[in-house]
Design a protein around this ligand. Structure first.
Ligand SMILES: O=P(O)(O)OC[C@H]1O[C@H](OP(=O)(O)OP(=O)(O)O)[C@H](O)[C@@H]1O
Ligand SMILES: O=C(O)c1cc(=O)[nH]c(=O)[nH]1
Length: 192
């Protein structure tokens, strides 16, 4: 049973346990960047669980509410960020300051609107957007996502991830002027 009054650290600890049990796997994996890895964190197995979606959404929301620059929307690249932006958006409504969600496509829609980003009618250009991601390795996906949002006229003022694999993504983002905030690092997960 989820208790509404769990502290930030208690939520983070519980989320780490779920990620370790459900999402962390050792083996021989090829990553989206083409790099090889002896481990893989399939965050979706966690973020698509009711408890995982709640905890992830609440932790992102608390990071956005309690420190740093305030934002007017959340966004992220499909598919990993879909449950993240949805959870934060729903929970933000319940907490009384609704943040609409933007979902960035990997390719523009091939018919109808031809859109790169869904949800733009709810978020005016010039809005401050927090870019969310499930796992960061090289940071390439986040950099592409940030560019898509900027091309649509948004200001990417916060960049947050669930797990930072600590393999250069944070530094690549810093080099482009973005500060990556993570809920959990790979080191913390492997030490659990
Ligand atoms: O920091 P990077 O090197 O860019 O790697 C991280 C990205 O890789 C994964 O997505 P994936 O490409 O597997 O797509 P999916 O979310 O559609 O499964 C993950 O969800 C991140 O978006
Ligand atoms: O770099 C990636 O593609 C990647 C790494 C990882 O641990 N999990 C994931 O979903 N993608």
């Amino acid at each position: 049973m989820i208790k509404e009054d769990l502290s930030f650290d208690e939520k983070r600890k519980r989320l780490m346990e779920i990620l370790k049990e459900r999402s962390y796997r050792e083996g021989d994996f090829t990553l989206t960047s083409g790099k090889k890895s002896p481990y893989y964190i399939d965050c979706k197995t966690t973020t698509l669980l009711p408890e995982g979606a709640y905890l992830t959404g609440m932790l992102f929301l608390e990071m956005l509410m309690n420190k740093g620059q305030k934002v007017e929307a959340v966004g992220g690249m499909t598919l990993g960020a879909d449950p993240l932006v949805t959870s934060v958006s729903v929970l933000s409504f319940l907490k009384g300051f609704p943040l609409p969600a933007l979902i960035i496509r990997k390719k523009p829609k091939g018919h109808g609107t031809s859109a790169w980003i869904e949800g733009t009618d709810n978020v005016p250009p010039g809005s401050k957007v927090a870019l969310l991601e499930d796992v960061v390795t090289t940071g390439g996906t986040l950099l592409t996502s940030a560019k898509r949002l900027q091309d649509a006229g948004y200001l990417v003022t916060r960049v947050l991830c669930l797990v930072d694999r600590e393999e250069g993504g944070k530094e690549a983002l810093e080099a482009s002027g973005f500060h990556l905030e993570s809920i959990i690092t790979r080191k913390e997960l492997s030490e659990l």
